[in-house]
Design a protein around this ligand. Structure first.
Ligand SMILES: Nc1ncnc2c1ncn2[C@@H]1O[C@H](COP(=O)(O)OP(=O)(O)OP(=O)(O)O)[C@@H](O)[C@H]1O
Ligand SMILES: [Mg+2]
Length: 226
C-alpha cells in the first residue's frame, strides 16, 4: 500500500468553544500505487482537509498517515520537506505559477532543492512536450490561457516523479473542454507513470473517470458503488 489514512480525526477550534467543529470523524482510506481516486462531497465537508492530511500539509488530531508503512505525521523539518517535495505533487484550483518566471522555469522550481541529482531539464522537456506545451515554454503565466496554466501546474507537480498526485478541484476554474483535457492528462500520467491520483471534484461526470469514487459527508467517508 502506498498511503494509508488510519482512523483519522480532525476538528477545528477549541474543544468546549462554540466554533468547535469535527470535520473528519474516524476516517480510513487506502491508496494503492497507481490507483485513481475521486473525492466528492458537499462544500465544507472536509475534502481539502482530507487532502492536506494525505499530503502532510496538516496533522490529524487522532490516527495515523502511513506512507510506505512509515508514519508521516511524525516527520519533522528536513524529512517532512523531502517527503512533500519528492513523494507528493500538489495541484490546486488556481495554478499558483509564479508570474515572474516562464512556464519552463516554473516547472523546474521544485527540482532546485535537489539540483545535484541532474536530469531535471530532460524530464521537464519530456513532460512539457507530452502535454503539448512545448511551444509555450518561454511564456510568462500572464501570456498563457487558463487551461495551459493549469496543465503547466500539473507538469510542475509531476517534475520530481512523485508516487502520488493530490489535486484539489484542479478544474474548478476551467471550462468544460479544458476540464476534460486536464483529466485526460491526469489519467494518461496515471496509466503510463503509475502515479496515484487523488482528485477532489464537484463533477460527477469527471469523478466517474477515476477507478474509485469516495463521498465525504458529515465527517464520514464512503465509497460510492454504482
Ligand atoms: N483552518 C481552519 N480553521 C477553522 N475551520 C476550518 C479551517 N479549515 C477548514 N475549516 C472548516 O472545516 C470545514 C471543512 O473545510 P474544507 O475546506 O476541508 O471543506 P471542503 O470540502 O474542501 O469544501 P469546499 O468544497 O468548499 O472546498 C469547513 O466548515 C471549514 O469552515
Ligand atoms: Mg476545498
Amino acid at each position: 500500500m502506498l498511503l494509508q489514512l488510519k482512523h483519522i480525526s480532525r476538528a477545528y477550534g477549541k474543544k468546549e468553544s462554540e466554533t468547535y467543529q469535527v470535520v473528519l470523524n474516524d476516517i480510513s482510506l487506502d491508496i494503492e500505487k497507481g490507483q485513481s481516486i475521486a473525492v466528492t462531497g458537499p462544500s465544507g465537508s472536509g475534502k481539502t482537509t482530507l487532502l492536506n492530511l494525505a499530503g502532510s500539509l496538516d496533522k490529524p488530531d487522532q490516527g495515523q498517515v502511513l506512507y510506505l508503512d512509515q508514519d508521516i505525521t511524525r516527520l519533522t523539518g528536513r524529512e517532512l520537506e523531502q517527503f512533500r517535495n519528492k513523494a507528493v505533487g500538489f495541484v490546486f484550483q488556481q495554478h499558483h505559477l509564479l508570474p515572474q518566471f516562464t512556464l519552463l522555469e516554473n516547472v523546474l522550481l521544485p527540482t532546485l532543492p535537489n539540483r545535484n541529482a541532474g536530469g531535471a531539464g530532460d524530464r521537464a522537456e519530456e513532460l512539457i512536450k507530452r502535454t503539448g506545451l512545448w511551444d509555450h515554454r518561454d511564456k510568462k503565466p500572464r501570456e498563457l490561457s487558463g487551461g495551459e496554466s493549469q496543465r503547466a501546474a500539473v507538469v510542475r507537480a509531476l517534475i520530481n516523479n512523485p508516487a502520488m498526485l493530490l489535486a484539489d478541484e484542479p478544474t474548478g476554474s476551467l471550462d468544460y473542454e479544458n476540464s476534460n483535457q486536464l483529466f485526460d492528462m491526469l489519467l494518461e500520467f496515471n496509466r503510463t507513470d503509475e502515479v496515484a491520483l487523488v482528485v477532489v471534484t464537484h463533477s460527477p461526470e469527471l469523478a466517474r473517470r477515476m477507478d474509485t469514487i469516495y463521498r465525504l459527508k458529515s465527517g464520514k467517508l464512503d465509497m460510492i458503488t454504482e
